[in-house]
Design a protein around this ligand. Sequence first.
Ligand code: ADP
Length: 542
Amino acid sequence: MLGLMQEWPLLCHKLIDNAERQHGGREIVSRSIEGPIVRTTYADIHRRARQVAQRLEQDGFGLGDRIATLAWNTARHIEAWYGIMGIGAIYHTLNPRLFPEQIAWIMSNAGDKGIFVDLTFVPLLEKIAGSVPSLRKVIVLTDQAHMPRTTLPGAVAYEEWLAEADGAFAWRTFDENTAAGMCYTSGTTGDPKGVLYSHRSNVLHAMIAAMPDAMGISARDVVLPVVPMFHANAWGLAQSTPMVGAKLVMPGCKMDGASIYELLDSEKVTFSAAVPTVWMMLLQYLEETGNMLPNLRKVVIGGAACPRAVISKYQDKYGVEVVHAWGMTEMSPLGTLCTMKPQYETLEGEARLDAQCKQGYAPFGVEMKVTDDDDKALPWDGHTFGRLKVRGPAVARAYYGGAGAEQFDAEGWFDTGDVAHIDAGGYMQITDRAKDVIKSGGEWISTIDLENLAVGHPDVAEAAAIGVQHSKWGERPLLVVVRKPGKEPSRDEILDFMRGKVAKWWMPDDVAFVAEIPHTATGKIQKTTLRQQFRDYRLPTD
Ligand code: ADP
């Protein structure tokens, strides 16, 4: 027997409808690409998104068309997303930090027919547009007055293009499982793979993200998503913020410490989210200027392991609660968040920090397990680590075009490629990417633990642990370190600092100092490049 409740498909435009109806006057503040701060509201976004939808249909776009965005976080980018989704087309975020050839490959693989592009990226698009045969419409996110000279055929200025639609438009309706958005993984090994979100998965993910023990945002919050919309859906914030009606502050293209601080301060931001490197940069700025963060209540830090020192600085010196989180593009992206269950809530000092360095537990809607190489589930004991597998309504069940099929099994589990353990309380801790783990004498050493420990040294700015060939042990850890400006810690000082805090056989065999550690397009340490760089390194122990 079926239930007798109403059919109400979970469609993304219902989020923006609700925002307009319930929170229409709530502001969206953007640092525009042209420069000035621009203020709009959910009512404006709702109206303009419908214009986008109507105007796209006038241009012949419709259900299932992939329409790319190559843009920073601004109100216009949000309007474009909702307008695209509102006709059943698919927003496809492109990461501008990838190589131009990679972006061209991704666009061609996705078959993008149109693109919304920020002024900043017009030169980039000019280089690659010719190699994307499917592309037939370029909309530059600016007005005619700021329109650059461009070789892009038929490029139009967004504002004038938009003005050709009057906004008398009703959202199209379709099945909630219709594709809504697309984002490619960064492809550190092999070609990037397309993840295809549905309306249903986006709406459910937005609800999961907003829950009190997940991100915990409300209508009273002022949310600054520093994490870009092109990095795994801005961690769901472009959907969960309108869902709850929070004020939204969009940083545009300025992500340096001073610019981020200016918005945090002038807009009285209460909640923000970004990768650890952003928070480290802001810390440096705060330390240099002596500024404080009186309004900021909570930050979510994820995308890479957050160093202990960063968590404790924000909490103890600046009074900002840090929520460590883990996720991936394939998970929409939230997987776990380290908020406190009652049994952890009473922890204090170092014990609390120990817990916060974990990536946290899975909210409703995410199931997880760790398995050995034979796919046997491992105990939740807080130390037995294995492959982390997940499933849920906002987790991919396949990649676009059928790539990477080996990562999905018959029971619906997706192999994340991460190595982790889970404790009895359900708290998961990532120890490595499977491909980055160091195998010494057949045993695994966690590179993340070594890195976290090393950056706890007051003179270390950044650290990366990699496996280097060793004739007896197969591989041994080498610690690659960037020193803080003006500081000269020695190899032995760093090793002495680490000694006793990890198992003896985990201790790095050597320390190499470098001026800079390479990062990927999503802010992670580029281990493949580092391993290549130190391929012929001779350890003193060998
Ligand atoms: P990409 O792989 O495209 O760079 P993702 O953001 O999807 O982008 O990357 C997901 C991966 O990032 C995870 O599988 C995991 O290895 C890593 N990651 C994310 N959050 C954390 C975290 N808090 N701690 C450690 N690793 C993390």
